[in-house]
Design a protein around this ligand. Sequence first.
Ligand SMILES: Nc1ncnc2c1ncn2[C@@H]1O[C@H](COP(=O)(O)OP(=O)(O)OP(=O)(O)O)[C@@H](O)[C@H]1O
Length: 269
Amino acid sequence: MSQVSMPPSSLVHTQQARPVAIATEHLSFSYADTPDVLGDVTLTITAGEKVGVIGHNGCGKTTLFMLLCGVLAPSAGTVRLFDQVIQPGQFHPDIGLLFQDPDDQLFSTSVWEDIAFGPNNMNLPEAEVAQRVQQAMQMTGTEPLAQRPPHHLSGGEKQMVAIAGLLAMCPRVLLYDEPTANLDLRSRRRLIHFLQQAPETLLIASHDLEFLLEVCDRILLIDDGQVKADGVPTEVMGDGALMEQHGLEKPHSLIPHVEPHHPCSSQPE
Ligand SMILES: Nc1ncnc2c1ncn2[C@@H]1O[C@H](COP(=O)(O)OP(=O)(O)OP(=O)(O)O)[C@@H](O)[C@H]1O
């Protein structure tokens, strides 16, 4: 694995004081007809980190997320969430997954009902459910949509409602799978500000590398079922040879900008 630069020692010290949010040990997974999607992945995510997960189509980002939150059962290895081993198939309110397609997440008759679904499942008192729904709608700017049927919303509106549904469960870890896929530029910018201020531990799988550069403090590059690079975003994504080797491109903002010299302009003195 390419270790692309270590954080400064003061940062290491701060991070060591924080608990480990996610730890995988020798995590492997195969689908019945797709073997070795992930092979022997061992990694540690510290509480409060904002980690971008990159890799070409089909490299296993979504599969990794589904293993981390217990939707899929590992073929081998374990996942720990704050030192508790994740039991596949069980409800883990401490970790939430935003699906790639918000339609997979929204199914109630109104936005309010959808956001309340998670807290209701946690058997919270009605007043607390209402308070959490209200707060989650406020944070995501979805209050005006409260009584609308989710299937009538635009792609971007659905995305924010799906995020509100996760926030209402107050998870400590959030997994975002392609969160900018349905968003226009203004909604994308709003999501960037929102995630920059998020107190939770974040893992974000995305092909929108510029978005990851703005939000994340660490990048994992996945290929051939393994973590091939783990480090500071500008250094992992700024390494053109590394990116190309794994089927990716350096983000535009990390390519040095050279002003083209117009042939008719006067020569510099
Ligand atoms: N339910 C499934 N059954 C069989 N194979 C699957 C299933 N889901 C995913 N796969 C395969 O597993 C591999 C990893 O898929 P995954 O969706 O995790 O990749 P990804 O990195 O999230 O891709 P993308 O960037 O396109 O979203 C791919 O080869 C995919 O075809």
